[in-house]
Design a protein around this ligand. Structure first.
Ligand code: NAD
Ligand code: LMR
Length: 330
């Protein structure tokens, strides 16, 4: 019987909260399917290597049929060698009272270095998802340091915001999640993001009809989704972890296997200059995955309400890129 070669999956920040929540589901086939063997390569800071070793012991104890090997590194060059998938989670999380902008200085340098290493040693079919915040700008920095890798292989996680938007819409309308489609998240993975329901389908209703309740849309839905990360930190005392791992797995799964017929999802991709988003910014768009590539859903009618909110978030992305200018190659 022919055997499928294992996919090489490198996870950074593997011993952290999101890494711990993601690894066992990856090993169980939730990300790359139940027929795809996986080699896990875990990258951690030297001080967190014991926790990574302990996590690898637990992975061993899972006796996962698809898990071919687990290797642990504190050196990025070794960890990314031959990587088909890179989940860039390792970064400092936000604490109480911090905004994502506060993380820029702390985390951006990590992604400059890792982008350059990926450029040198990763597999030709590399796909990257940046989870570490500020995720959009970190992805832009990594891509800028990887000139030989097509920029559309560098993505950032806004699927968590997309999933949050569906959940809130489901609560508001009492429509089951499975009957909600075509929700879009635009912009930055930050409080400025714009969860857009104008093109959504909610059971047999249109999202535009539900959006006619502007008080709910403006005062409840949009801020609840956009500030959900803060609400989790304030309530749980730590930044979201299992839901972020779940969303990262959803993102890669759909990238590889495709989005469901008739639906789309949201992901942050380097802008090709569509919808008024300047090239160079990694911005969340409504996207479909077709034949293993993300395609931005084009031709959506953007009303004035949406336009203003997209523009606000895109302006924030432009400010973030300007703030890390010294980390971008000339
Ligand atoms: N995009 C999203 O939707 C989303 C959602 C939740 C959290 N996040 C972000 O994800 C990141 C990780 O969150 P967490 O809760 O797992 O944090 P955590 O502190 O629990 O874990 C982070 C891990 O990364 C490791 N690390 C730090 N720098 C590293 C480096 N250069 N190389 C390898 N490993 C490194 C740390 O040792 C730690 O084990 C944070 O930046 C957080 O803000 C993003
Ligand atoms: O908001 C944060 O800092 C954590 C994360 O990005 C989230 O959205 O939960």
């Amino acid at each position: 019987m022919p055997t499928t070669p294992p996919a090489v999956v490198t996870v950074t920040g593997a011993a952290g909260n999101i890494g711990y929540a993601a690894l066992f589901r990856i090993a169980a086939g939730a990300m790359l399917g139940h027929h795809q063997p996986v080699r896990l390569r875990l990258l951690e800071l030297p001080g967190s290597l014991p926790a990574a070793v302990g996590t690898a012991m637990e992975l061993d104890d899972g006796a996962f049929e698809l898990l071919t090997s687990v290797d642990i590194f504190d050196d990025a060059r070794a960890a990314f060698d031959g990587a088909d998938h890179a989940l860039l989670i390792g970064a400092r999380p936000r604490g109480k009272g911090m905004e994502r902008a506060d993380l820029l200085a702390a985390n951006a340098a990590i992604f400059a270095e890792q982008g350059a290493v990926l450029n040198d040693v990763a597999a030709d079919d590399l796909r990257v998802i940046v989870v570490g915040n500020p995720a959009n700008t970190n992805a832009a920095i990594a891509s800028a340091h990887a000139p030989d890798i097509p920029s559309d292989r560098f993505t950032a996680l806004t699927r968590l915001d997309h999933n949050r938007a569906i959940a809130q819409l489901s609560h508001h309308t009492a429509c089951p999640v499975r009957e909600i489609s075509r929700v879009s998240v635009w912009g930055n993975h930050s409080a400025s993001q714009y969860p857009d329901i104008f093109h959504a389908r909610v059971g047999d209703r249109s999202g535009a009809e539900i959006a006619e309740d502007r008080a709910w849309l403006v005062d409840d839905f949009i801020p609840t989704v956009a500030r959900r990360g803060t609400a989790i930190i304030d309530t749980r005392g730590a930044s979201s972890a299992a839901s972020a791992a779940n969303a990262a797995i959803d993102h890669v799964h759909d990238w590889v296997f495709g989005t469901p017929e008739g639906d789309w999802t949201s992901a942050a991709l380097p802008s090709p200059g569509v919808y008024g988003v300047p090239p160079g910014l990694v911005c969340s768009f409504p996207v479909r995955a077709v034949d293993g590539r993300w395609e931005i859903v084009e031709g959506l009618d953007i009303n004035d309400f949406s336009r203003a909110r997209i523009d606000t978030s895109v302006a924030e992305l432009a400010d973030e890129i300007a703030a890390v200018g010294d980390l971008l190659p000339a």
